[in-house]
Design a protein around this ligand. Structure first.
Ligand SMILES: [Zn+2]
Length: 341
């Protein structure tokens, strides 16, 4: 169990890791509040905190570095809020070193056809407030067979979330299923409020499939979301590479943003690694992982992220172009900032 303080001596790896000075104030504040509250717990409960996770709300953050972590919580995925909760201090404390105004929003996705709470969304929060936000979610564990309501969530992201200061924020989706191709207008109205009138065009695809006026095309909505958000589908190790789940998500996000996880236990590491690489801090993140896991595993995760993770084409500090062959430690020739690629 990771804690909110800077003490990493209980980590299981052979290497040592110390958090850097950046983000220290935020970590200290979280550690202070955690100490007052006592040991961390993730209680079993009968449902979410409905007041906190109601998707009819609109959220906004002025953070330049917001991060959204969405988890399919149907069936086999229902334990995932717990998995993430377990590593929550690690997730925040690690990434806040790289971008100090980091704020995180969590979403739990189910199937609107059969679940009682098919979309739960928190607010953006930082530090110890994340405990309360994440703790409000509920892994319902229902879902029908296969397609889930990822499209309702995409709609919510597109119309209920504002991040006016963010340049290219990250949206990480953990899942293992395809999405319902259309979101019925009535379902959307019930869950998140009535869609605005400009969304009512149904287009050629809709006509072909017999959709009703106002129904939403889920894949097209994800394509819109991905224009603002650097969106990654991290897929649990199920199915075959290139199967229909991969194909549908490829239509939604592009092939390079569908990332098959080979080791479920490392799911949060892959998410952190993808963000760390884009922010030019993969080297530090490797040290972080080495303090928790054996070297072979760290090597395989880092290699995978270098190969299939985000391309770092510009310096995160000054936007100067980075040569394609740059590898490992690289000093930006324009601003001098050292990147770990
Ligand atoms: Zn630079």
């Amino acid at each position: 169990m990771y804690s909110w303080d800077d003490d990493t001596s209980g980590w299981l790896g052979a290497a040592r890791y110390s958090y850097g000075d950046a983000g220290k104030d935020a970590r200290d504040e979280a550690a202070r509040r955690a100490a007052v509250r006592g040991p961390r717990t993730y209680e079993r409960k009968a449902g979410p905190n409905e007041g906190m996770v109601d998707p009819r709300k609109r959220v906004e953050t002025t953070s330049r570095n917001p991060l959204v972590v969405a988890v399919d919580v149907t069936g086999s995925m229902s334990q995932w809020p717990f998995e993430i909760f377990d590593r929550l201090p690690l997730l925040y404390n690690t990434l806040v070193q790289y971008r100090e105004d980091l704020e995180i929003l969590f979403a739990a996705i189910g199937d609107a056809g059969v679940d009682r709470w098919p979309l739960q969304v928190t607010d953006f929060a930082k530090g110890y407030d994340l405990e309360q936000q994440l703790g409000a979610l509920y892994g319902e564990g229902g879902g029908g067979d296969a397609p889930e309501s990822y499209g309702v969530f995409a709609w919510w992201m597109q119309h209920h979330v504002r991040v006016p200061n963010a340049e290219r924020p990250f949206l990480i989706v953990f899942g293992d299923a395809p999405m319902h191709e259309k979101v019925p207008a009535g379902q959307l109205q019930k869950l998140v409020g009535y869609p605005p009138p400009q969304a009512k065009a149904k287009g050629f695809t809709g006509a072909l499939l017999g959709w009703n006026q106002g129904d939403i095309d889920a894949v097209a909505t994800w394509q819109q979301v991905a224009q603002t958000w650097d969106t990654w589908f991290l897929r649990r190790p199920t199915g075959r590479a290139g199967d229909e789940v991969d194909q549908q998500w490829t239509r939604a996000l592009g092939r390079e943003r569908v990332f098959r996880i080979d080791d479920e236990q490392r799911a949060v590491d892959y998410a952190m690694g993808i963000v760390a690489r884009a922010w030019g801090r993969l080297g530090d993140f490797e040290q972080n992982m080495l303090a928790r896991q054996d070297e072979k595993k760290v090597k395989s995760v880092a290699e995978r992220i270098r190969r299939d993770g985000p391309r770092v084409l510009a310096c995160p500090s000054c936007s100067a172009r980075i040569p394609a062959e740059a590898f490992g430690r690289y000093a930006c020739s324009y601003c001098g900032n050292t990147l770990e690629l």
